[in-house]
Design a binder for this molecule. Structure first.
Ligand SMILES: C[S@@+](CC[C@H](N)C(=O)[O-])C[C@H]1O[C@@H](n2cnc3c(N)ncnc32)[C@H](O)[C@@H]1O
Length: 373
């Protein structure tokens, strides 16, 4: 059975958190988000912040009115950092535990709130973890906030493609190799490319995972970005479920988030397969992965749709194939779109080409515009 080693988990935690500092303003925003999400039930609550990382949420729970927080993380350096911070700032009310519920029991009182934020995608046995967490909060009124990465998103495409080209650099390698990345791309790459393990869930898989652990979603929690900015981008819409133990009053069906780019993803995936096939040496693969991250995160924009990012990702993959002699080798859907793109580059007739009738927006854009690489 695949289990992530403690050394890898710690190296990953240091890549993410070694240079992250706690900011008062940020903790206030997190505390407002918790109050908005849990309302009065937060007052005096006993909470577990599982996979607490730097400990922002554990601290925010206390600020928002929780009585006690059990902060657990499998990475020893995270535990040290939070411990030092609490000591320096004379913070009581947080028990900090180095541990992993996949391999050990963790003692606690009956908890009121289980907070599993940005952790599930790292967990190799998610059902076992959720069941263990449920046992820590056996009461009927206990609330579980479960966050999961969304399969089928544009984010998944870019992260999976980049991870395949540039498999899991360690902390030192990543610091050096990520120098060409823009700040947004670097922060995302830090979290998603250096992680030992990432799983993505579609709505049905997520709902089944919850019900297998005896949990049912009763509400969609608002996304943190949407809470702060007032809107979210279709690029990445993680599952954020407020759950209760089965049978839960007012349980809801968990559905797929709205996405308008599924046909475009098929084209990008076909292009990415060609890139993965054509690039054989490690430095070139790493360069392509970093370029992909830069392209994705510099073109997201602030709107809901990701059409600019999708178009730019397509042009980027086309460019990589062009530079590395891969255009002639492309097959299937990738061949069709390379052919359409060649026509858009030279502004020749293209309505008769196979890709012109593809249902994606990319096909329409390439039919109606000229392009430059
Ligand atoms: C992406 S970070 C999220 C940290 C924090 N929840 C946040 O939102 O800022 C994931 C955290 O989960 C921890 N982690 C990964 N696997 C774990 C496990 N099996 N048990 C406990 N913690 C784990 C990592 O060490 C890391 O701190």
């Amino acid at each position: 059975m695949y289990l992530v080693s403690p050394t890898l988990t710690n190296d990953y935690a240091n890549t993410m958190f070694r240079r992250e500092r706690m900011h008062d303003g940020w903790l206030d925003i997190c505390a407002s988000y918790l109050q908005h999400t849990f309302g009065d039930s937060l007052q005096g609550a006993k909470v577990i912040d599982y996979g607490c990382g730097r400990g922002d949420w554990a601290l925010a729970f206390l600020r928002a009115g929780a009585k006690h927080v059990l902060a657990v993380d499998a990475a020893i350096d995270n535990v040290r950092r939070l411990h030092d911070y609490c000591q320096q700032h004379e913070i009581d009310g947080i028990d900090i535990v180095h541990g992993d519920l996949l391999s050990q029991n963790i003692a606690s009182d009956n908890l009121d709130i289980v907070w599993l934020y940005r952790v599930l995608h790292h967990i190799s046995r998610p059902s076992a973890l959720l069941q263990a967490l449920r046992h820590l909060a056996p009461g009927k009124t206990a609330q579980f906030y479960i966050y999961g990465y969304d399969a089928g998103s544009l984010r998944q495409f870019t992260v999976d493609t980049a991870r395949q080209l540039y498999p899991r650099p360690n902390e030192d390698a990543f610091r050096l190799e990520s120098v060409p990345l823009t700040r947004d791309a670097r922060r995302r790459a830090r979290n998603d490319l250096t992680a030992p393990h990432i799983d993505w869930y579609n709505a049905m898989e997520f709902a089944e995972l919850l019900s297998g652990a005896g949990l049912e979603p009763v509400a969609h929690a608002p996304g943190l970005d949407a809470f702060i900015q007032g809107h979210c981008n279709q690029e990445f819409q993680p599952h954020q479920a407020l759950c209760r133990s089965v049978p839960a009053e007012g349980a809801i069906l968990w559905s797929e988030p709205a996405r308008s780019y599924t046909d475009d993803l098929a084209v990008l995936s076909a292009m990415a397969r060609e890139v993965n096939f054509v690039l054989t040496d490690q430095p070139t693969r790493m360069q392509a992965a970093l370029g992909l991250m830069n392209t994705h995160f510099t073109h997201l924009g602030s709107g809901i749709s990701c059409s600019t990012a999708i178009f730019e990702l397509f042009l980027y993959l086309l460019h990589v194939l062009d530079v590395h002699g891969g255009l002639e080798q492309a097959e299937g859907l990738a061949y069709d779109f390379v052919e359409l793109a060649e026509a858009a580059l030279s502004d020749t007739a293209r309505a008769h080409l196979a890709a012109a009738s593809h249902p994606s927006k990319l096909a329409q854009t390439l039919c109606n515009n000229t392009i430059r690489l």
